[in-house]
Design a protein around this ligand. Structure first.
Ligand SMILES: [Fe+2]
Length: 375
């Protein structure tokens, strides 16, 4: 038996969907966002204008890429002082993930980063309504029950998972993505493709997640290049929706070792998550293909997409400007050689546990090396 959960209460999608903020009921609304882009393109001002007739509004900004425990704690202090009953995360996956962790510690003050991984986590928020408005099309954090936080001292990224983290309302407004630079559209789009393919090759998938994964894979193969090269409103909205579908799929079925390995590299070198995944994905698929079940699934997928799926992934990655190996992503060879043992140990964490082929440090080591050197 499977207990599936695809979204929170509502998913509002389409150009102009941000206007739904004007229908929310609240007393104190806290907007959590990243750096400058959402201010520059007018989204934060628009959100404040939509919300302010209904209650007090404050903006907490400055969430960086790959948010750390310290970033979460800084935002948590703002949240505790302002005491919102509505939290709206606007921005990339980092802003939404940071907001999720803040909300968890805000509603349950006994929880913190020292005990969260040993605690039985609560399932349902009651103090706040949580709205997620993504401005990139990759993590699908707007529909998932997961937050990924960077722990600089351990040089790793770890996921916290519980239903209490899933946003109540997800707003998919492709207009927010129109100012997204091409390379970010490429990297986040390849992250979404990785989610869909890792889910498709995860043994826990069933009929619903399988269909969502196939829909996302075919959609991303069709629309990502246009989204990167031309940034048309239609392609940006489509990528937003296919990324979200991939999130619905993987948050129920799980991922695989692409994410395990990429988190290790991102934690060491701050490599962008989508970029690392995009580079690692074909190496992992080639390895996992030795398993008969994976091979049959990939053959089926190749039939659906009209050509070898690994070849199509490599071709799309090259077209959108993804390097062929991690050495070409600005990670110096001396650093890699120095850190290799730690990278292998880090790669064994997280989603590697649900890779379709069970991994050991000995079997994952050549894949880490291949993804770095490109052979
Ligand atoms: Fe991802």
């Amino acid at each position: 038996m499977k207990n599936l959960r695809l979204t929170g209460e509502r998913l509002i999608t389409g150009a102009g969907a941000l206007n739904a903020l004007s229908e929310l009921t609240f007393t104190r609304a806290l907007i959590i966002t990243g750096g400058k882009s959402m201010f520059r393109n007018g989204t934060i001002h628009r959100a404040e204008t939509l919300l302010s007739p209904r209650g007090a509004v404050e903006v907490c900004h400055g969430i960086p890429a790959n948010p750390t425990c310290a970033d979460v704690e800084a935002g948590l202090a703002v949240m505790r002082r302002f005491a919102p009953d509505l939290v709206i995360a606007i921005g990339g996956g980092s802003s939404i993930d940071a907001a999720k962790a803040m909300l968890l510690f805000y509603e349950w003050p006994a929880l913190n980063f020292d005990n969260v991984f040993q605690s039985t986590l609560p399932q349902k928020r009651t103090k706040t309504t949580f709205v997620a408005v993504p401005s990139t099309s990759g993590t699908a954090s707007e529909v998932t029950h997961v937050t990924v936080i960077t722990f600089p001292e351990q040089q790793n990224k770890l996921a916290i998972k519980t239903e209490a983290l899933r946003p109540d309302i997800a707003i998919l407004d492709g207009e927010l993505c129109m100012s997204l630079p091409a390379h970010i559209a490429a990297e986040t789009g390849m992250d979404a493709l990785t989610h869909a393919i890792e889910c498709f090759t995860n043994r826990s998938k069933e009929t619903f997640t399988n269909a969502l994964a196939i829909g996302a894979i075919t959609g991303i193969l069709q629309w990502l290049l246009q989204s990167v090269e031309q940034a048309t409103p239609e392609s940006r909205q489509k990528m937003h929706e296919f990324s979200c579908m991939a999130g619905m799929a993987f948050s129920n079925a799980g991922l695989g070792m692409v994410h395990g390995i990429s988190h290790a590299f991102s934690a060491h070198y701050n490599t962008a998550h989508g970029l690392a995944n995009a580079v690692i994905l074909p190496y992992v698929l080639e390895y996992n293909r030795q398993d008969a079940w994976v091979a049959a699934e990939l053959d089926h997928l190749s039939h659906i997409v009209g050509g070898d799926i690994i070849g199509q992934v490599r071709a799309l990655a090259a077209q959108v400007g993804i390097p062929a190996c991690l050495r070409d992503c600005g990670i110096a060879e001396a650093d890699f050689e120095r850190d290799e043992a730690a990278l292998i140990a880090g790669s064994m964490l997280g989603s590697t546990a649900v890779n379709p082929i069970p991994m050991t440090p000995e079997t994952i080591a050549p894949i880490v090396r291949a993804a770095y050197y490109g052979n």
